[in-house]
Design a binder for this molecule. Structure first.
Ligand code: SF4
Length: 304
């Protein structure tokens, strides 16, 4: 059955001249079928250069929105309507406006994990992979950053001369918020020679205990350069599937076995097949939101 679906998907991709992009948190079978797999930053770069007319996005809704914003003339589809990132919806234009009133001199920098609607109220976008570089290169000292308070903490540690204000106060990714300092200590005891790498979406106390804090693309680079043979990985389990495949001689230990993004895992072989067959569900963004959001993303590219 799976092999039949895989064959059908490959035929449809070819027939429709479609390109399939998959995020690092997708199931291994989806990653294997993809033309390109990466983190938000890599996928955003890739998407800005795509020639194909149909883009199928296996990832969270905000990533597919980025693809549609950067390719207004292309058809961007997503296999499920249930891939809405809860963190992205913790921030709204209303909250941004309230904070802008409170901090009139601050610039608004939004994590790419935001809705297109919120991004229309921002000055610049960032990803976890380029956040420090982008923030270091802007002249404003007061910076509103949303929606992830933990990413805001990470940036503040790296760029201490700026005043980083998280918006809202308590935005977080429920997957990365599961990691606790006690998980790091327990795994370090079990694997004393392993290098601990965690995502900037983890809590400050977890970041402080790690050997390295970086994006998923940064984790892959770290593994490729490190002399270590064992790694404790603090992010969604999908990345471990990719690491195990690319580095079979190294050992990858999940910081927590429950680190699963339920929303991203809603994409399956079956709904991917239906998506290609019926060219659904198309991402459509009103042009005024899309145009402003595009300027924020392009400014990010310029600064990173
Ligand atoms: S892993 Fe977290 S930030 Fe990423 S899509 Fe899932 S809930 Fe959102």
């Amino acid at each position: 059955m799976s092999q039949d679906l895989i064959n059908e998907i490959m035929v449809l991709k070819k027939q429709k001249n479609a390109i399939l992009l998959a995020h690092n948190y997708q199931a291994p079978i989806i990653q294997d079928l993809a033309d390109f797999t990466g983190d938000s930053l890599e996928l955003a770069h890739k998407v800005s250069k795509i020639k194909a007319n149909l883009i199928v996005f296996a990832g969270a809704e905000f990533m597919a929105e980025t693809a549609a914003i950067l390719n207004p003339s292309k058809k961007v589809i997503i296999p499920s309507t249930m891939v809405k990132c809860p963190m992205a919806y913790m921030l709204s234009p209303k909250i941004i406006t309230e904070y802008k009133t409170k901090y009139p001199n601050a610039i608004v920098v939004l994590y790419i994990n935001s809705t297109a609607e919120s991004r229309a109220f921002a000055d610049i976008c960032i990803t976890s992979g380029n956040a420090v570089k982008v923030i270091s290169s802007i002249k404003e000292r007061e910076i509103l950053i949303g929606p992830d308070k933990n990413l805001a903490y990470y940036i503040q540690q790296k760029v201490p001369d700026k005043k980083i204000i998280p918006i809202p106060d308590n935005g977080y990714c429920y997957v990365h918020q599961k990691f606790q300092p006690s998980d790091v200590r327990r795994k370090k005891e079990l694997y004393p020679h392993a290098e601990v790498i965690v995502h900037p979406e983890t809590e400050p106390a977890v970041q402080d205990l790690a050997d390295k804090v970086t994006s998923t693309a940064g984790m892959i680079i770290e593994v490729s350069h490190s002399k270590s043979k064992e790694f404790i990985i603090g992010t969604e389990l999908g990345l471990l599937d990719r690491l195990r495949k690319e580095y079979p001689d190294k050992k990858f230990i999940p910081l927590l076995n429950e680190a699963i993004c339920i929303q991203q895992k809603k994409i399956t072989l079956y709904n991917l097949y239906l998506s290609l067959l019926y060219e659904r569900y198309q991402i459509q963004i009103p042009s005024e939101i899309s145009n402003h959001s595009r300027r924020c993303i392009e400014r990010m590219f310029q600064l990173s």
